[in-house]
Design a protein around this ligand. Structure first.
Ligand code: IMP
Ligand code: MG
Length: 190
């Protein structure tokens, strides 16, 4: 029986996500064909569904690790990103593929990208399922992008509103229950 969730409108159906992931995996396989040292780093928690499905398609040998951030509380400037969980593996001289659910302001990925380069990764590339391009505050080059979407609050396939809806098999627009997700976006932890 199909899952139904009130207040969520399907934006990207499961089949479209699956098809796009196959294309992204093929592009990644091609680009990293000669790499012996690919480490895929998922940004918790939102990227988990995407990471698992993408990596099942990859043919190149890949190691897996996770990173988690959160924003600082009030009183600090926007864009300050705190490390909540660091990676366990060393990335020195390795090729890193950062895997993220959605790029919104860009602060999260910009911070991780700069940190991983500083730590001596041989290369750092970004793979994001969704690109909310209109919302960008800092430039982030997305090497592998699933879908560009409008500036809407989306849930499902890993993305949450207040920790809910992550397990929907599709990406949907949160149309809510009268609560404005922009005021309480459930973004933290990502
Ligand atoms: P940033 O603004 O690019 O730093 O994005 C930070 C994090 O906010 C993302 O990794 C997501 O976890 C979360 N986020 C941004 N937009 C949405 C959305 O529309 N729905 C759910 N989570 C979001
Ligand atoms: Mg995220």
């Amino acid at each position: 029986m199909a899952k139904r969730h009130d207040g969520v409108r399907v934006l990207i159906p499961q089949e479209a996500i699956e098809a796009r992931i196959g294309e992204l995996a093929a592009a990644i396989d091609q680009d990293f064909a000669t790499s012996e040292r690919l480490i895929c780093v998922g940004v918790l928690k939102g990227s988990v569904f995407f990471l698992v499905d993408l990596l099942k398609h990859l043919k190149v040998p890949a190691e897996i690790d996770f990173f988690q951030t959160s924003s600082y509380g009030s009183g600090t400037s926007p864009g300050e990103v705190r490390i909540k969980k660091d990676i366990d593996l060393s990335i020195r001289n390795k090729d890193v593929l950062l895997i993220e659910d959605i790029v919104d302001s860009g602060y999260t990925l910009r911070t991780i990208l700069d940190l991983f380069r500083f730590r001596g990764a041989r290369s750092v590339r970004l793979c994001a399922l969704l690109d909310k391009r209109e919302a960008r505050k800092v430039e982030v080059p997305i090497d592998y992008c699933g879908f560009v979407i409008d500036n809407l609050f989306v849930v499902g396939y890993g993305l949450d509103f207040d920790e809910r809806y992550r397990n929907l098999p599709y990406v949907g627009v949160y149309e809510g229950s009268g609560k404005d997700p922009e005021e309480d976006p459930g973004k933290d932890p990502a």
